[in-house]
Design a protein around this ligand. Structure first.
Ligand code: PLP
Length: 281
């Protein structure tokens, strides 16, 4: 075959077309802790985003010592290192959404908040305060700093019921009043998840709150166990949908559906709680 013919035939091969570069990958910036067991934290984010066809930009906010049962120690990333990483990364890359997980210290908030203001993309915040195994993951002053500094930049906040009570102690356990306070602090939607409530009940009730509208209730069959990394998976799935262009309400609904499927396919990686099965289309 002549060189010209070979060139021509390669141009019209469809398998060749599959290798044409895409214009730009859709990306989500994740600021999350590292769980060496891979159930929660940044690995949960990367797997969830990859399952949605999205590339994760991963900045580690804390290292942890933990297994599938509980967290033993959290070592916060130096805020100056965080700042330097974000400086270099964001000079080169423009994420389509941000997902915030475990933040290692109140000092990290200053660094993160001014980046969020400059980025002006949807932000999902999973306010990780306590591990499912019971360990406290943040200092006592952290919840109030998070509310004051971070919430005005947050599109969707995804606390579970016990995190909500800790974030809003003045509401004395009333979740509706807590959600109203969190909205007043400046976030756009609050999705309070009920997976950690009343394990004897047959369903999990999640409630989605927004300004000037009654809460929406989303009810899911309660699966017969508790999980490690469910909250990170849900927040990442919502961030994925926002990055793909969903409205906040559509993203919240689709993120819950996807997470419920991942929980139904949970796998054991150790002797403690199972982790979501995130290798689903
Ligand atoms: N470790 C890291 C790094 C996390 O981000 C989280 C929760 O988001 C946990 C541990 C605790 O996860 P869980 O409460 O699902 O066990």
């Amino acid at each position: 075959m002549h060189l010209f013919d070979a060139l021509l035939s390669s141009l019209f091969r469809t398998d060749f077309l599959e290798y044409l570069p895409m214009t730009r990958a859709i990306t989500v910036l994740c600021l999350s802790g590292h769980d060496p067991g891979g159930g929660a934290g940044l690995q949960a984010d990367i797997e969830t985003l990859a399952a949605h066809g999205i590339h994760a930009l991963g900045v580690i906010t804390a290292l942890t010592v933990q297994d599938s049962r509980n967290v033993r120690r959290v070592i916060a990333t130096d805020p100056r290192l965080l700042d330097e990483q974000l400086d270099v990364l964001l000079a080169d890359m423009q994420p389509d959404a941000v997902k915030l997980g475990l933040l290692g210290s109140a000092a990290q908030l200053d660094v993160i908040v001014h980046r969020l203001v400059a980025l002006a993309v949807p932000v999902v915040c999973d306010p990780v305060l306590r591990a499912g195994g019971g360990a406290d993951l943040v200092a006592v002053d952290f919840p109030s700093a998070l509310r004051r500094q971070l919430l005005p930049q947050v599109t969707v906040l995804t606390p579970n019921a016990s995190e909500t009570r800790r974030l809003v102690p003045e509401a004395a356990g009333d979740l509706d009043a807590s959600a109203a306070a969190l909205l007043a602090d400046g976030c756009m939607r609050v999705l309070i998840t009920g997976g950690d409530e009343a394990e004897a009940s047959t369903s999990v009730i999640n409630r989605c709150y927004e300004h000037n509208a009654p809460p929406r209730t989303c009810e899911w069959p309660r699966l017969p166990e508790t999980f490690h990394g469910a909250g990170c998976t849900l927040a990442s799935a919502i961030a994925a949908r926002l990055a793909l262009g969903d409205t906040p309400d559509d993203a919240i609904d689709a993120g819950q559906r996807w997470t419920q499927r991942a929980l139904a396919r949970a796998v054991a990686v150790g002797g403690g709680r199972r982790i979501p099965g995130r290798f689903i289309e």
